[in-house]
Structures are given as C-alpha cells and as structure tokens.
Design a protein around this ligand. Structure first.
Ligand code: NAP
Length: 280
C-alpha cells in the first residue's frame, strides 16, 4: 500500500513564478519525506474555504505570501514571536488538533543571512516601508542597530512604520524621510532596498551612485534579477552587497523546519533555488 503524500504549499496571488516549490520539493526528495509542496493560488474569497478544508485535503502546513501575509492573522490560533509585532505571518503549521500556528520566518531569514554574511550594522537606511521592510526593521531592532532611517514614496507608510516600531525598540533612533538623499547614506553602514523598484528592466536606480560608499553594505531584497541596478552601482563603488536570494533561502529553511520538524538540507535547498532562479 502506498501512503498518500503529505501536502504543503504556498498561499498567495499571483505566485506562478515562486521558487518555494523548487527548494521545498528538493528537500523532501533529499530527506526521503513522502510529501509535496504545491502552489495554492487563491483569490481573496477562496481563502476561508481553503482554511476550512485543510484537514480534509491532508494539508499539514503552508507558507503565505502577498497579499495574505497580513490577512491570515485573524485565522491564527497561535502566533509565534514576531508575528504580532510585525503584523504578518509567512508560515502556518496545522497542529495535530487542527489549530493554526503562525510564524514569521522573513525577519529570521533576514537576520540569519546578515549573520552568515558577517554584517553587523549600526546605522541602517531602508527604502520602502511595506511588509518586507517591517520584517527587516524587526530583525534590525533585535540586533544591536542604533539607528534606522526609512524612505518610502508614500510618506504615510514610512511614518507608520516608525510609529509601529519606535516603542518596541525604544533604544533605536528611528526617522522617516521624504527623499533618498535625506537617508544620509554617508553616515550609514547598511542600505536595504525593500521596495520593488529594480525588478523591471526599465526601473530606475533609486540611489545615485555618488551616495554609495565602500563602508556601506547594500542589501537588495530583490533576487530576480540577481543583479539590480542598485547592486551594480554598489559593485562599482567598491561596496559590499547582496541580493535577496539568501533571505529567501533562510526564511525557507526555517519554514521547512517548522513545517516538517526536521533539519533542513541547506545546501540542497540553495542549489534548488539557484537552479530555479536561472529558469525565471
Ligand atoms: P510592499 O508591501 O508592496 O512594499 C513595498 C513598498 O515600497 C511600498 O510601501 C511601496 O509604496 C514602496 N515603493 C514603491 N515604489 C517606491 C519608490 N519608488 N520609492 C520608495 N518606495 C517605493 O512589498 P513587500 O512585500 O514589502 O516587498 C518589497 C520587495 O521585497 C519586493 O521586491 C519583494 O519581492 C521583495 N521581498 C523579498 C523577500 C526575500 O526573501 N528576498 C521577501 C519579501 C519581499 P506603494 O505601496 O505606495 O507603491
């Protein structure tokens, strides 16, 4: 008798080009786990029905991406550290008694990658104040960062992010600015692009090359393309840099471990991601 595979997957919309199935399915094969990781591309009105039928469909857990990372919160019975503070969950484990346990592995993925890169920022600048920026802010807040300055095209969003975190991390000096130049990059050692600008070939580079210096670590959360215009400028300026593939990997590793209870095969998942990204 062959047992039906356990099901996991990614809930979001649109998600056709997601790399998550590549890394999770490669890990299942490597560890000989009888499971499949699928894409659950749902319209907003389908979310509740999906959640009601998890047990019936043998779904043991799932990742969550845009636009449901915030919308999933009211359905969670248990929220792990960071979920409430960030206001988003990206991993949900269905417990044995059918409860939904939410995690935010985005912030931990970012922290883990900075640690791997041996980047220990003191003064950080962030472009974009959406969901990813909130995870980055929380990760930086948990580290020894002293200052975080945020720019978003929408001033209400950057101000909102500052007011969300300034009481949680009252030792950090937060500020929201109205222009990239006001991020004061000459005084910063980390710049994070948490905006989607850079994904399209005709996107501008939001930061003028003269503002990038060699003591600035430039972290672009975008991983497709692997080299955005911002990363290309960082290279030219002799700065250290990274794209977002490492954050994607480490959030996936932590998610895999929550979902399966097993240690993730890091090298295998990285190789699967690199292979997947080449096909995009
Ligand atoms: P989001 O919630 O839409 O946030 C993006 C923010 O950037 C929004 O507030 C947006 O403002 C702002 N923005 C847009 N254009 C801008 C500009 N020209 N200057 C300054 N700010 C601008 O998206 P997200 O989920 O945070 O994702 C942001 C990026 O991070 C995406 O590229 C995503 O793929 C990437 N990401 C990577 C990982 C990873 O693991 N590597 C994880 C999560 C996200 P408006 O809403 O007003 O446009």
């Amino acid at each position: 008798m062959t047992l039906k595979p356990k099901l996991y997957g990614l809930v979001g919309f649109p998600i056709k080009h997601s790399l998550s199935p590549h890394m999770h399915n490669a890990a299942f094969s490597a560890l000989k786990i009888n499971a499949k990781y699928k894409l659950f591309e749902l319209q907003a009105e389908q979310l509740e029905n999906f959640l009601d039928n998890l047990k019936k469909n043998n779904i043991l857990g799932f990742n969550v991406t845009i636009p449901y990372k915030e919308k999933i919160l009211p359905y969670l019975n248990i929220k792990s550290f960071g979920v409430r503070e960030i206001g988003a969950a990206n991993t949900v484990v269905v417990t044995r008694d059918g409860k939904l346990h939410g995690f935010n592995t985005d912030f931990l993925g970012f922290s883990r990658h900075l640690k791997v890169l041996k980047v220990k920022p003191r003064k950080a600048a962030i472009i974009g104040a959406g969901g990813a920026a909130r995870a980055v802010c929380f990760a930086l807040g948990k580290s020894k960062v002293e200052e975080i300055c945020i720019y978003d095209i929408d001033a209400y969003k950057s101000l909102g992010l500052v007011s969300q975190f300034k009481d949680i991390f009252n030792q950090i000096k937060f500020s929201a600015v109205a222009r990239v130049e006001e991020l004061n990059l000459q005084d910063k050692d980390l710049l994070v692009n948490a905006s989607p600008v850079g994904m399209r070939p005709d996107d501008p580079c939001l930061v003028e090359s003269r503002l990038i210096h060699k003591d600035l670590f430039v972290y672009d959360l975008i991983y497709n393309p692997a080299e955005t215009k911002l990363i290309a400028q960082a290279k030219l300026a002799g700065a250290h840099y990274s794209n977002g593939l490492g954050m994607l990997l480490y959030q996936g590793i932590l998610a895999f471990e929550h979902l399966t209870g097993k240690k993730a095969p890091v090298e295998i998942m990285m190789a699967a991601l690199e292979k997947g990204v080449k096909k995009l």
